[in-house]
Every structure is written in structure tokens, then in C-alpha cells.
Design a protein around this ligand. Structure first.
Ligand code: ROI
Length: 164
């Protein structure tokens, strides 16, 4: 489905299986090839301790900014198809995965459906999302609060910049 206007959306990427750095780099390249969509910025790659079960490898995370004429659900379809092309395996809930692509927010849309909630409900609490987002969109606001304000409320999580 085609949206009437171009919208700015943010996509979170994460991997902790099968060469995570490569998984995330390839996914960033693949995002740039999505129909009606361009990648306008991408963060550095970050290494992050897992949120959820601790008996799994650290994650590699990044965030990309895109402009798109796809509707939110059409963009979600594309992201899920991309996860499948990376032979996404997810062995258990909140367990390790080869590639996770989360639609974090889409313009200033608020949406709550069975398939998609926007902005992503967990994103304000996750350092592995907020820090890369602050790198590429420092003036973004979420629910009326700046990323700097959100940063003060993040749960403790080890995060370090891995690669540009
Ligand atoms: N933890 C980190 N650090 N990074 C992720 O991308 C990530 N993704 C998830 C869960 C399992 C919740 N934990 C994560 O889906």
C-alpha cells in the first residue's frame, strides 16, 4: 500500500546469532533496497548486553532512519519479509535471534492494532534503541519528551559503540 506522502520512520535492528555484525550490516543494505523507501541515516553499530534472559550472547544493535511512501503496515510487511530472508530463527520468547527489525516509529503516528503498536511500546526504556536513535536524531521527541529526558529513565544496560 502506498501512503499519500513521504513519511520519516525509524527502524531498530538487532542480532545475536550467526555473525551479528554482518547480519546487521547486510540488513542495513537491504533496507536501502526496499521499494518506495530510502535510508537517510544510520547509527553506529552497538554491542549490548541482552535484555531478557541472560543466558544468550550479547546483541549487536543499530537504528536506521528512512523516508518511505509505504504505509506503516506495508513497511512492516517488508521488514518481516526481510527478517525471513535472513532466515530468522527465534528459538524462544525473548531468546536469541539472527535478525530482529522493529518499526520504532512512523511520522508522529500513534497506532494500536493487533499487528502493530506505534511508537514501539518498549522503545523508550531500551538503551539499545534510545542511544543509537539519539546519535542520528538528537532532536526527536517521543510522547512529548526529548530523547535526553528519556535517557534519564533507561534501565541499566551495558552498551558500547562497536563500529561506525
Ligand atoms: N536485548 C538487546 N540488548 N538487544 C536486542 O535487540 C534485544 N532484542 C530482544 C530482546 C530479547 C528483548 N532483548 C534484546 O528482542
Amino acid at each position: 500500500m502506498r501512503a499519500a506522502h513521504e513519511a520519516v520512520a525509524y527502524v531498530g535492528l538487532g542480532s545475536n546469532l550467526d555473525g551479528p555484525v554482518d547480519q546487521v550490516r547486510r540488513a542495513l543494505e537491504a533496507l536501502a533496497r526496499l521499494p518506495l523507501t530510502s535510508v537517510t541515516a544510520r547509527s553506529s553499530l552497538y554491542g549490548s548486553a541482552p535484555i531478557g534472559p541472560q543466558d544468550q550472547p550479547d546483541f549487536v544493535n543499530a537504528v536506521a532512519a528512512v523516508t518511505t511512501r509505504l504505509s506503516p503496515l506495508a513497511l512492516l510487511d517488508q521488514l518481516q519479509a526481510l527478517e525471513q530472508r535472513h532466515r530468522r530463527v527465534r528459538q524462544r520468547h525473548w531468546g536469541p535471534r539472527t535478525l530482529d527489525l522493529d518499526l520504532l516509529c512512523y511520522a508522529d503516528l500513534h497506532l494500536s492494532t493487533s499487528r502493530l503498536t506505534l511508537p514501539h511500546p518498549e522503545m523508550p526504556h531500551r538503551r539499545f534503541v534510545i542511544e543509537p536513535l539519539a546519535e542520528i536524531a538528537p532532536s526527536l521527541t517521543l510522547a512529548g519528551a526529548s530523547l535526553t529526558a528519556w535517557r534519564k529513565h533507561l534501565c541499566d544496560q551495558t552498551l558500547h559503540r562497536l563500529a561506525p
